[in-house]
Design a binder for this molecule. Structure first.
Ligand SMILES: O=P(O)(O)OC[C@H]1O[C@H](OP(=O)(O)OP(=O)(O)O)[C@H](O)[C@@H]1O
Ligand SMILES: O=c1cc[nH]c(=O)[nH]1
Ligand SMILES: [Mg+2]
Length: 232
């Protein structure tokens, strides 16, 4: 894990050959949905493991069957809230929670509209209460313009003030990171790599395409209208 010189608290995993190999597989346009989802699960698990290296550890005593010795518990691992931004973060969360198994999980549905406005429709929010000792990890694989995450972070902040507020993603564009850091300077950002730029449609270059579509298939219709169903 290495801190990017351009911002404070922004880290990439370019120094990890394993994480870079999984990223390469995700970027490959020949990678099918099954392998794409598996890749995201793998990244969630390994990035989660790397994240524990930044967490507070407590020394404890442990009794082996033979004698007492020193052990550790990663204290912060007990106080984690994972926020999953639909859709593309689902497999990433699945991997992350294998390492952070005590986590309480919140779900936020956010959908990005078309260029040039990229309006964000946020129409489902189920988030647990955030306590002062919590590490909140918002997972979303793609940080493009940053608009989705700016809105999601604003929303999450309504549920309490955590010890740490982290964004964990796969790829980011420099524009998106700058916008998030401007709006929420205290947020730490962890991504596998920071890519070159955005194209005119708001896609990250070189990127990996549309993460949600590659993981789950392209939708025939994107509806953000409220749908009410009542029991007669
Ligand atoms: O940084 P931004 O410019 O806001 O773009 C990033 C967002 O776009 C994608 O979601 P999308 O709206 O395509 O939803 P999906 O995951 O359901 O495909 C992606 O998963 C991020 O949430
Ligand atoms: O490159 C991008 C940008 C936004 N959302 C994606 O899934 N991919
Ligand atoms: Mg998408």
């Amino acid at each position: 894990m290495m801190e990017d010189k351009r911002w404070k608290g922004v880290y990439s995993f370019e120094d990890s050959p394993f994480i870079m190999e999984v990223l390469t597989e995700l970027r490959d346009k020949e990678t099918d949905s099954i392998s794409f989802r598996k890749g995201l699960v793998k990244l969630g698990r390994y990035m989660g493991y790397e994240l524990t290296k930044t967490m507070e550890v407590e020394k404890i005593k442990v009794e082996t069957p033979l004698e007492e010795t020193e052990g550790v518990v990663v204290k912060d691992r007990r106080n984690v809230v994972i926020i999953t931004v639909l859709r593309a973060a689902i497999p990433l969360m699945e991997g992350l929670i294998k390492v952070l198994e005590h986590a309480r999980v919140g779900i936020i549905s956010a959908s990005r509209g078309k260029a040039p406005k990229f309006e964000i429709e946020m129409n489902y929010v189920k988030v647990p209460q955030v306590k002062p000792e919590d590490t909140v990890i918002i997972t979303d694989p793609m940080i493009a313009t940053g608009s989705t995450l700016i809105k999601v972070i604003e929303e999450v902040k309504k549920y309490g003030s955590p010890k740490r507020l982290i964004v964990l993603g796969v790829l980011a564009a420099p524009e998106g990171i700058s916008r998030i850091k401007e709006a929420h300077p205290e947020v730490e950002i962890f991504v596998t790599k920071i890519d070159r730029e955005l194209n005119e449609k708001g896609y990250i270059l070189p990127g990996l395409g549309d993460a949600g579509d590659r993981a789950f298939g392209a939708p025939i219709k994107v509806s953000t209208l409220p749908q009410m169903h009542t029991l007669e």
